[in-house]
Design a protein around this ligand. Sequence first.
Ligand code: PLP
Length: 376
Amino acid sequence: MTSPSVFSTLAMPGVERLPIYEPGKPISEAARELGFPSGDVMVKLASNENALGPSPLAEEAMLAAAREMHRYPDGGAFHLRNALAEKFGVGPDMILLGNGSNELIELIGQVWLAPGRSMVISDSSFIVYRLVAAKLGATVLSVPMKNLTHDPDAMLAAIRPDTSLVFFANPNNPTGTMVDADTLDRFMEGVPDTAIVCFDEAYIELLEPAAQPDMIKHVRSGRPAIVLRTFSKAYGLAGLRIGYAIAAPEAVALLNRVRQPFNVNAMAQAAAIAALKDEAHVNRTRAVVRAGADYLMRELDRIGVPFVPSPANFMLVEVGDGKRVFDALMRHGVIARPVGGPYGLDRYLRVTIGTQEENEKFIAALHAVVNGGKEA
Ligand SMILES: Cc1ncc(COP(=O)(O)O)c(C=O)c1O
């Protein structure tokens, strides 16, 4: 019989010590843990998903694709890459699809990180950057933020000769803050040609088009930049796992060498092509998010809970003891996201902007938890 310890003794050095990503709790599991009769009574505002769900066009495309699921996907994602290339005015050889942008972050790490190299990020930025660096044995150079916002000058100053990557989430998760286009352009002027900047724009389509900083121009002009986008947020396809990178053909060719041949499934490709055609759904999503954000900010003011305004579909609320309030909200049937631990934001909770009904339930629960329901 095999001794169970062989799994550990043969594991690659360091694997046992790797940190684990903790996803937001699924509704069914949270309901079961709390003894709620069904998931229906709970609202999940923990993972920055789209309150409206997918576009009806994407749903139709998924149903049609279901009949073709005995076929392997197109490993080169020909049609989707062409659609994205046309949308952004770049060549199809500048587009790479991923199993969510999470996979792209990992692939980027596999190509450009290694022991002896470093990555620059902000203290309270998306945790997956740290996880990838840890897995690949690279050094993380973590830069303090200013007012919970990236500090581009400090990030520039942190870049060392061994720095191969800078990850810049804009808007940033979990703080929900954003750096404007002019500042980013100046930042790019200062980035040495020895480092690659990844602008992670997971939430960018939630801003009005005119307010979206154009970082793709840096890719087009040959600067060392990669832009990451996802279908998980504004397009409401988080469950399908599909995102994309826009980068120089040379960078895409390198990334193609480390990915699985069929990393993006056929249903996701079909849904994404349809979703791109449904601008109206993105516009509706944007309107629901903005109206929800306005409602939440008004109500948070009313109940006396400070918050960090955000152009994305989530915001930080300052509750004092994030973990305690998270647990208490769960008992009221609301799943938010604690952002202490590696994010270092113990005083805050992150809440996704949901439907009006979900937002109302969140406010009522928060009011009951922090004020015992009394007016502030
Ligand atoms: C900043 C940021 N980047 C990337 C992702 C990953 O998105 P996905 O893997 O679903 O495309 C998220 C998800 O929450 C995010 O907040």
